[in-house]
Design a protein around this ligand. Sequence first.
Ligand SMILES: Cc1ncc(COP(=O)(O)O)c(C=O)c1O
Length: 378
Amino acid sequence: MKVEFSYLNRQFKQAGPGEDPRAFYTDLIFNDLKEFIKSGDFTLGRKLEEFEEKFARLIGVKHAVGVNSGTDALILSLKALGIGPGDEVITCAETFIATAGAIAAVGARPVFVDVNAEFTIDAGLIEAAITKKTKALLPVWFTGNAPDLPAILRLGKKYGLPVVEDSCCAIDAAIGGKKAGSFGATGTFSFHPLKNLNVWSDGGLVTTDSGEIAAKLKLLRNHGLKNRDEVEIFGVNSRLDTLQAVVALRLFGDVAKITDARIAVAKKYDEAFSALPGFIDVPKRHDNVRHVFHLYMVRAKERDGLLAHCLEQGIEAKIHYPIPLPYQKCCAQLGYKKGDFPATERDCGSIITLPAHQHLTEAEVQYVIDTVREFYKK
Ligand SMILES: Cc1ncc(COP(=O)(O)O)c(C=O)c1O
């Protein structure tokens, strides 16, 4: 059996003879796109506004500003907060490069903090990393799981530091019903084709309750243009393509369904793998956290062997990520050395990500479970 990591092949399915096209995303989206293209309302169009309004409502914030990627959502958030050269931004050592890359892109210095056992920033280590140059805290909802935002927001308040949430992997995630992207000064989202809500290329968005930040973001994403003729500030072209908003709008109504399907897969994995103590280390789950499992990631004994076994058996398992970010070549000038991030190092040598997308069948989920069990029976 082949179990793919990405669900796009399933999303791209078109109705066959005798099948109802209204049941297939591809047909539905093609029809929406045809209507949209006829409208010619391409740049900052009405459909983008509709998507922004709906997304803001989903997250429970006043404003949502569409930009062209999750990376730009982070970069423009930092710019909107006035962060630049000479500033430091504290973030998590275990994340995708885009988090730290965004800090570097505005000319600031990423300051890394190690993770807890749940792949999110260890909030207890943040205070020691704060200096006079620290200008923001940038926790990550890595894997779709919640960082300890109550503790992080308390620190932010104590030191007067805004919190930017990297909630790129956490669409529809929540703590106690409060959604990812509604805690910080801004929340940032990615609609990359592997995300829980995807577009058919790149896309991103910033959420905020601040009218001032939203207005700044709208300038920054559109060359700083106040109107057609007047430029208020230097900006860039980072508008969320209205065409991609049309794709997102069609999928948007199913966000909760998509998320619930991923959570159900993760629950089955959790139950099965919790019965393999000493082999698979399932992170602690919290009743008040809606972990949306953008990635289903666990620590595994003999990880490289398990990875090879899964791949041989047709399961597209992955490692997110094998090299600690602070030790990447791009971070060399930051001066970190081996031993600085023991938890991240341990994770990089032991984590494995298993396919957990919303279109997996029960048989596929069972096959993944059986394949992992089989490896440890040897
Ligand atoms: C944690 C995190 N932050 C930021 C991003 C950047 O998003 P994008 O690929 O839309 O630029 C990603 C993308 O995978 C991510 O995983």
